[in-house]
Design a protein around this ligand. Structure first.
Ligand SMILES: CC(C)(COP(=O)(O)OP(=O)(O)OC[C@H]1O[C@@H](n2cnc3c(N)ncnc32)[C@H](O)[C@@H]1OP(=O)(O)O)[C@@H](O)C(=O)NCCC(=O)NCCS
Length: 169
């Protein structure tokens, strides 16, 4: 899928161990809660199941991208996956690595997520069999982004969370 020129203002670069603090921030953003729910506390990041999603980033099978504003170098979002499935999330029968994505609140809706997703898929499509994720049932923006990049729902997880996958072959 091709991005429009209006969305090409963002650049991407690899997500490295030096981005660890930013990655924790983006993981907290990605742990989305609905407007009528209490925002979960940041201490959720201390939970061992959650920590394994991004801790010690930069292992050989970690792959991620950071979106940067080329005007000032500011990091505005990230997308990531542990390709060896170190995170060990319940995959509901789909063996693909799970992805996470988050965009700084001030930059949501400005094409950052699309830029990240497009570059991420292009980088991984010849390297792995596919990607998967689980998404909050009320997170319609994220679900719309995933459908735009041809993820399809294949199962419903705990709490009614749609599970979506994108096979590469
Ligand atoms: C979900 C998220 C990553 C999307 O990134 P983004 O930069 O905001 O999204 P984009 O501006 O690239 O828009 C991508 C698509 O999302 C949908 N979208 C974006 N903003 C939307 C809005 N306000 N209302 C409805 N749909 C919207 C559209 O389908 C859009 O594609 P289009 O512009 O071609 O129609 C980002 O909003 C985010 O970090 N949200 C909070 C964390 C989160 O939900 N993470 C995912 C958890 S599973």
């Amino acid at each position: 899928m091709t991005e429009t020129s209006a969305r090409s203002k963002w650049e991407t670069r690899p997500l490295t161990a030096e981005d660890q603090e930013f990655l924790w921030e983006m993981l907290y953003v990605a742990l989305w809660d609905a407007p009528d729910e209490k925002r979960r506390p940041r201490t959720v990041l201390d939970n061992s199941v959650i920590r394994r999603l991004v801790e010690d980033w930069g292992r050989p099978d970690d792959f991620g991208l950071v979106a940067v504003d080329p005007a000032n170098g500011r990091r505005v979002g990230a997308i990531w996956s542990r390709l060896d499935r170190y995170d060990q999330l319940d995959d509901f029968g789909c063996p693909y690595p799970c992805l996470g994505i988050g965009v700084e609140e001030a930059f949501q809706g400005t094409g950052v997520g699309s830029c990240l997703m497009q570059a991420f898929i292009a980088a991984l499509k010849d390297r792995i069999e596919g990607l998967r994720l689980g998404v909050h049932p009320m997170n319609h923006v994220a679900q719309s982004l995933y459908r735009k990049y041809e993820f399809v729902e294949y199962a419903v997880g705990h709490g009614g969370y749609p599970q979506m996958r994108l096979p590469f072959r």
